[in-house]
Design a protein around this ligand. Sequence first.
Ligand SMILES: Cc1ncc(COP(=O)(O)O)c(C=O)c1O
Length: 389
Amino acid sequence: MVTRPLLNRRLDGLGNSIFGVMSARAVATNSVNLGQGFPDVDGPPAIARAAADAVMAGKGNQYPPATGIPELRNAVARHQQRFYGLRYDPDTEVLITAGATEAIAAALLALVEPGDEVIAFEPYYDSYVANIAMAGGTRVPLTLKAPDFRPDLAKLESLITSKTRLLMLNSPHNPTGMVLTREESEAIARIAISRDILVITDEAYEHLTFDTEHVPLATIDGMRGRVVSIGSAGKTFSFTGWKVGWATATPDLISAVRTTKQFLTFVSSGPFQYAVAEALDLPGSYYTEMAADLKAKRDLMAAGLAEIGFAVYEPDGTYFITTDISPLGERDAMEFCRGLPDRAGVVAIPSAVFYDDHPEEGRTLVRFAFCKRPEVLKEALSRLSVLAR
Ligand SMILES: Cc1ncc(COP(=O)(O)O)c(C=O)c1O
């Protein structure tokens, strides 16, 4: 019999994903699941067809190249140039990964040494906490607070110590929907340059913004050499199950990230890489219509939730809307979300789970995913109306 604890101590307390628990509750109670962020309509049929064709044509069915197929690396480089004017060499500055998730893990494991400090926005996308722990790093929260969730940049500067290795940034930000402004990005760049720190930018929701400009940090003067930018085909093209993502950075940074990626998945998603290469070249209308469609869903949810009595913090991007349940007479989002499937037949996520260091900031905050068909959102709102006072 094994007598020692089995889980690596660095991961202690990280084992119970709220998403799995809540999704199981959704099924058991026949609830509308607005917990996990995935669309309930697949991406463009022509792109799905391209994936099927690749499988049947024997493209990508065997291990693809370690850095990703050249067609996709070229398409990512074209995308960075087309949308942001950023030039990356597809052979040395682009790495294809198993979703943004692997790019984040590989980058943190590659760049963070035990004892290093990593500053990240809290509430955190959950994998940052785990990956920083796996690397033996220490997370340092820059806490985003309701109602606007804007980062306090003077505070950011004050958090930097001799141990600070990097900033792990996320904009558009999950779960709050905050999108950094150009001024904020410039201020962050000034700090990163003057204190000589690296930045990883998780831009999984780069195209999912609502009348708000997404400014990649790598576009700010002096930043191209110190930023690892991360993208997600799952989010951009509504194929979250395909797990295709990428990182773009200088050859040195990409080579470091590739070294860890090699021992995580080595390679993945062969045939899907061909399909995503096509998707990235879709006309501008695809990108604008996808964002407009999502914006209409945000508006529907924001108005509906406000009418029921939630305080609504309208997001500028992502799949998610954050609400405060205090006006409904509720005091504890965790308890509220646990009871919601039985009370209203809806699943939502208590934002406290994303505030690992300051759970009190999320105590009355609840996150709803709105990347669902309008009829599903309307059904959820109609069910939630039992909460109206
Ligand atoms: C902020 C953020 N980063 C990364 C990911 C993961 O992206 P992928 O599915 O491409 O691994 C998600 C998915 O929810 C996310 O919200």
